[in-house]
Design a protein around this ligand. Structure first.
Ligand code: FEO
Ligand code: CA
Ligand code: CA
Length: 664
């Protein structure tokens, strides 16, 4: 989802308000002489920021072809016809490709397999047996991927997040309110069950079409599913609740935005804008609530109903201590949750060593036997940070498991003005961290408390405030890490890594770890793409963006096995309605050449997000979230995918070539 200005309204769909009031120096203050315009237009400044003093690959390619009068133009690795921007209520893909909706919200997958009812009159229990609402991050696990990558391309588990809900469409006539409060426990239960994750076994039938397999593996994880808490914060006194007096267990995951998947065949779901699900009437909030933007009212009002299932969303202090109320319930959220999709009876585990913030996703560096596991995660809120985790123990093929995510070092990124970067450890065993805490007058009782207060710990060490870090992806060609910075209109002072003072369009940053050691502490970075219209943008080849590739608010990001970068957008509001960009879209870039072309345009009011492919690259899975955003039962702003008169439904889309070959 994208940022809205007003997210205090019940059922608003916005992200959390910025809560970073730290006074970390902006890079602009440090660099002094580097002129913002130089950064924006590329040229000398961009070269200065390029890796190891080398020009960007795209720059080199552009200069090369220009110098030669273009006689040696290499074969494009993007051999499709770029499609134009558009505002149709459909999916558009290039000629020769087709896009087929698959498992939309409400598709029955387990239990009694209740059919979806067009008037949204399915019960809360039905919803617990159907695909959830608002598809987001997703991964295809080949059916033989139980402990490794897997090879099967005709049978697997599709696992996907359901980020949030549109309550006006989830119920026949929207939510029932009495005096501004929720009046129906059944409705709220349905909302809770529409959140979370779906595990869906799918197989190609004899005609080659993908179908849902009625399987015991099919599963819904919801905002009520029992979960355990692992890692350094397990059992911390700040995790004690009435449900779990010893702070080791919790219920549910929500606002699951992007995702990750482990080298050992499990799924990671990431809790992004979870703070708005809670309310507190306390006036003086502890730092672990204040720094995450807890407010006096929640987005959906779940806490206004009686009963433990709902009162847990009320973080107001009511009892003598934390074991008697839910003051600490918000501390159970903001984590990465590991789910074993192959074991429907497994308990999802919140991995606290990975930090607590508005996790967009989690992306692994390539694993090497005998080396630590390394992964990256962005905190998607205005002026928040990018993090890296390095496991203490080494990766051992066939033996590795989720415990690698319980013991390690969490670092936060500082992007220096000269194009270098530092990973700053947030670890009580690190002298520099202790010194920084002392200097800032901040104390943590133990590492669990550091992790529960990840944002504060990152403030203390002087991390770089970024323009809303979204997805990350690692280039299989060379190990470079790419991250989308979707936009940040709250920024007032530009810096080298966030070069627009009010960044309405977003950009993509990338870095290379020194000595190509992902576990190291130094890196070099540059800006891969400045999104925007023709007059205010910079393509990977150094040129302004044009008709075949203008975009704004890059969000989803994924590398295919051949090193092509797929970019998905999440524009909202005026960018969608009045900008030159049309509906949200997906593009493909070739970092080797700097080429960038639009591949898909989504339906009206939808975000394009979530992407995965079969190993043979003949099937691409893409998610379409919140088509017709803002619709009500009587005012449908989109009717995709079911057509006229039908409520819009978030849905996966299967993209294939008409001739059945590899996509590219
Ligand atoms: Fe849910 Fe950061 O987009
Ligand atoms: Ca977004
Ligand atoms: Ca997103």
């Amino acid at each position: 989802m994208n940022q809205q200005n007003d997210n205090t309204v019940l059922f608003g769909n916005g992200d959390e308000l910025p809560s970073n009031r730290s006074d970390n120096p902006h890079i602009n203050d440090l660099i002094g002489g580097l002129n913002r315009r130089q950064v924006l237009v590329g040229g000398a400044a961009m070269s200065a920021l390029a890796f190891l003093g080398a020009a960007l690959p795209g720059d080199a390619m552009a200069a090369d072809t220009q110098a030669r009068g273009n006689p040696f133009k290499p074969r494009s690795r993007l051999p499709f016809e770029a499609i134009p921007t558009g505002r149709a209520d459909t999916i558009s893909v290039p000629p020769g490709y087709k896009a087929t909706p698959f498992i939309p919200w409400g598709t029955p997958i387990t239990g009694r397999y209740p059919a979806f009812l067009d008037d949204a009159s399915n019960s809360a229990q039905d919803q617990a047996e159907q695909v959830g609402m608002h598809h987001d991050g997703m991964h295809f696990f080949p059916i033989d991927a139980r402990r490794g990558p897997g090879l099967r391309s005709d049978h697997g588990l599709l696992v996907l997040n359901h980020e949030y809900i549109d309550a006006p469409l989830l119920h026949p006539n929207g939510p029932t309110l009495v005096d501004g409060k929720r009046a129906s426990a059944e409705e709220v239960r349905k909302e809770i069950n529409a959140h979370g994750v779906s595990v869906v076994e799918i197989r190609r039938n004899v005609r080659g079409d993908w179908e849902v397999v009625p399987s015991r593996r099919n599963r819904r994880v919801t905002a009520a599913t029992p979960m355990s808490i692992a890692g350094p914060a397990r059992g911390n006194k700040l995790l004690q609740t009435r449900y779990s007096p010893n702070g080791t267990a919790t219920r549910g995951t929500q606002n699951n935005c992007s995702n990750g998947f482990t080298p050992w065949g499990t799924y990671l779901t990431c809790e992004e804008n979870w703070a708005g699900y809670f309310a507190t009437r306390d006036s003086a909030l502890p730092r672990e609530l204040q720094r995450y933007g807890l407010r006096s009212s929640s987005r959906f009002g779940w806490e206004t109903l009686p009963g433990d299932d709902f009162e847990r969303f009320d973080a107001t202090r009511k009892a003598a201590d934390a074991k008697g109320d839910y003051r600490n319930e918000p501390n159970h959220f903001g984590w990465i949750v590991e789910i074993d999709p192959f074991d429907p009876d497994s308990t999802p585990i919140k991995r606290t060593a990975l930090g607590r913030f508005a996790h967009e996703g989690l992306i692994f560096a390539p694993v090497k036997p005998g080396r630590p596991v390394v992964c990256y995660s962005g905190d998607d809120s205005q002026n928040e940070y990018i993090y890296k985790y390095v496991s203490r123990d080494k990766y051992r093929p066939g033996k590795a498991n989720g415990r690698l995510l319980d013991d390690g070092t969490l670092y936060v990124g500082r992007f220096n003005a000269d194009g270098s970067g530092d990973w700053l450890p947030l670890d009580l065993n690190d002298r520099n961290f202790l010194k920084a805490c002392l200097a800032a007058g901040v104390a943590f009782a133990d590492q669990g408390e550091v992790l529960i207060n990840t944002r504060l710990a990152a403030d203390v060490v002087g991390a770089t405030r970024m323009d809303r870090p979204e997805w990350g992806a690692v280039n299989p060609d060379n190990g470079e890490v790419y991250f989308t910075l979707t936009n940040n209109t709250a920024r007032t002072v530009a810096d080298a890594a966030n070069p627009r003072p009010a960044n309405a369009y977003g950009h993509i940053i990338r870095w290379r770890e020194n000595s190509r050691d992902h576990a190291g502490k130094r890196f070099d970075w540059n800006i891969f793409l400045l999104a925007g219209p023709e007059g205010d943008s910079r393509a990977p080849n150094g040129q302004p963006l044009g008709a075949q590739n203008i975009l704004a608010s890059p969000d989803g990001l994924w590398f295919d096995d051949e090193g092509r970068l797929w970019i998905q957008t999440d524009m909202s509001g005026s960018q969608l309605s009045a900008g030159p960009f049309g509906n949200n879209q997906m593009l493909v870039a070739d970092p080797r050449s700097g080429e960038l072309k639009r591949f898909l345009v989504g339906p009206l009011g939808a975000e394009v997000t979530g992407i995965s492919a079969t190993p043979d690259f003949r099937t691409l899975f893409v998610n379409i979230q919140h088509p017709g955003e803002g619709s009500t039962a009587t005012n449908l702003l989109s009717t995709w995918p079911d057509g006229p008169g039908k409520r819009p439904r978030s849905s996966t889309v299967i993209v294939t070539r008409e001739d059945g070959r590899r996509l590219l």
